[in-house]
Design a protein around this ligand. Structure first.
Ligand SMILES: Cc1cc2nc3c(=O)[nH]c(=O)nc-3n(C[C@H](O)[C@H](O)[C@H](O)COP(=O)(O)OP(=O)(O)OC[C@H]3O[C@@H](n4cnc5c(N)ncnc54)[C@H](O)[C@@H]3O)c2cc1C
Length: 488
């Protein structure tokens, strides 16, 4: 008999297990994946975590080893609780659950501080979220902190802390059902090495991810065509655990037809590859333009900072003919392209003229594409200076689909194009929880002994998502769920 069983082996689960272990002795983690593939989507991430801070003194609570020299050469600005709340409200079109969102935001910094006590180390994301202008880095888009070692580093630190704290982890252990009666949940049915057993506990925390790796559920809930998306992360998040909870009377919540999905290498494999991590993503589109099979632009590439558009543009790419698009850049922005453009596994075309480039774009109407690029070039407001650190207002004029910021003309060879499709990250629909991370039933009452955190909770993200919020969400509610479960 365990005090707490945690289902899942990613960031939310490990934070839940560590928080529970602060109060009780016997904590068990059930991870469906074998050890070498363990860690869920969390392991695929860059480890970026959105956190509210009022200035560098706050940041030092998460990153105490920031040096005076680093502070002198960086403009960290602020990312206040109000800004974080505003971003959540704006990008979710004011649907995000107000109580859960407030907890997410207000407990973000203290949760990172708590993770530090579990030997997780953080640093500032200079490489990804700041540009060096005139010798000084300036952070933009509210995303400043990343775990040292990215997602793999984060999962390794949490796993090692769990082991040091005497938490038992069973790999290859797939939860298949909840043991429950009228008095609540009493344990989990587990299939491991072909054998099903029952494991009992005073409380169970569910932190087993969304259903994005289940193509049938994708087509069923997200809609026709979603079975054609590629899965960016783990193959193990197939919605089993959401189903288990619904079967036990839990209430569904949130945006069941919504998900986080991005521009992803067109020829990437069906599921994520841990050796590549998140590098199949292609997130420098604000510096270029998109073209579809008809040779047409179809989205405002510069509508906002990448952090606020990338998670909804995967859906837009999926809706294009053939479910693909090309991102086109010229040499002026080459140095600004993110690291992921430099990997070997890219579908890239390079040419000295736009005429030659469009002919090389597989499955694209080349003539229409050339006309579109010329139309775009002619529409750029060259009188407005380009500045990647702010929404510079350098826009196009008179196009049916505008580019609102960072509209550079494509005029400097060599020209480059990258083929992308839709990569799904995680689904937004899930279970309903309250402020103590208790799972609620369809009458709105807590199910005794059942808690949830992370990707499989619904109601927090809708339509879109501010980059770096998934890990913070998992950590904040994982910690709450673990502590609540330990009180049972
Ligand atoms: C490529 C990529 C890059 C990303 N980058 C970032 C980023 O930089 N910052 C950020 O905040 N977010 C990022 N995200 C999103 C982030 O990964 C998720 O929001 C977050 O990791 C979810 O954490 P979780 O613990 O809820 O789920 P996961 O980390 O996915 O963990 C779920 C766990 O449940 C296990 N499981 C599933 N079914 C069962 C079962 N039946 N029984 C037992 N165990 C089961 C899985 O094996 C897995 O270990 C990224 C995602 C991807 C795919």
């Amino acid at each position: 008999m365990y005090d707490v069983i945690v289902v899942g082996g990613g960031n939310a689960a490990l934070c839940a297990a560590l928080a529970a272990r602060e109060k009780v002795q016997k904590v068990l983690v059930l991870e469906r994946a074998p050890e070498e593939q363990a860690g869920g989507n969390s392991r695929f991430t860059a480890g970026l975590m959105r956190v509210a801070y009022a200035g560098v003194e706050d940041l030092k609570r998460a990153i105490p080893d920031l040096t005076a020299e680093e502070i002198a050469r960086t403009d960290f600005g602020t990312y206040t609780e109000e800004q974080f709340l505003d971003d959540m409200a704006r990008v979710t079109e004011y649907r995000c659950d107000p109580d859960l969102t407030e907890i997410l935001v207000k407990r973000s910094l203290e949760t990172l501080e708590w993770m530090r006590t579990k030997a997780v180390r953080f640093t500032a994301a200079w490489g990804r979220q700041a540009f060096n202008i005139g010798g000084r880095f300036k952070f933009w888009g509210g995303l400043t902190v990343e775990a040292v070692g990215g997602g793999p580093g984060l999962v390794a630190s949490l796993t090692s802390a769990a082991r040091k704290n005497g938490i038992e982890i069973r790999y290859g252990a797939r939860a298949t059902g909840l043991i429950a009666d009228d008095d609540g949940v009493r344990g989990v049915r587990v299939k491991r090495a072909g054998k099903t057993t029952e494991v009992r506990a005073k409380a169970v925390v569910l932190a087993a991810g969304g259903f994005q790796a289940n193509s049938e559920w994708r087509a069923r809930y997200l809609g026709p065509g979603w079975e054609l998306a590629k899965v960016r992360g783990t193959r193990f998040n197939t919605g089993d655990v959401i189903r288990m909870a619904l079967d036990a009377g839990a209430a569904p919540a949130g945006n069941w037809s919504g998900c986080h999905a991005v521009a992803w290498e067109r020829n990437a494999p069906e599921f994520g590859d841990l050796a590549i991590g998140d590098q199949f993503q292609k997130h420098s589109y604000p510096w270029g333009v998109y073209l579809n099979a008809h040779g047409r632009r179809f989205v405002d590439e510069g509508a906002d900072f990448r952090n606020y558009t990338y998670a909804k543009y995967g859906r837009v790419i999926l809706a294009q003919p053939g479910q693909f698009a090309w991102q086109v850049f010229d040499a002026k922005v080459k140095a600004q392209l993110r690291d992921e453009y430099k990997i070997r596994q890219v579908t890239r075309r390079v040419a000295g003229t736009l005429e030659d480039l469009v002919k090389q774009l597989d499955d694209v109407d080349a003539e229409a594409a050339l006309e579109e690029l010329k139309r775009y070039n002619a529409a750029v407001r060259r009188d407005i200076p380009f500045n990647p650190n702010v929404k510079d207002g350098r826009c196009t004029q008179g196009l049916a689909i505008p580019k609102s910021n960072w509209a550079n003309t494509l005029d400097t060879p060599p020209f480059e194009a990258y083929a992308v499709t839709c990569g799904i990250t995680f689904t937004f629909g899930g279970l309903r929880i309250n402020a103590d991370a208790q799972v609620l039933d369809t009458d709105g009452a807590p199910i005794p002994g059942l808690f949830a955190a992370g990707e499989l909770v619904g109601g927090i993200f809708w339509f879109n998502y501010p980059g770096g919020t998934g890990l913070t969400n998992g950590a904040v509610f994982g910690r709450i769920a673990g502590a609540s479960a330990a009180r049972c």
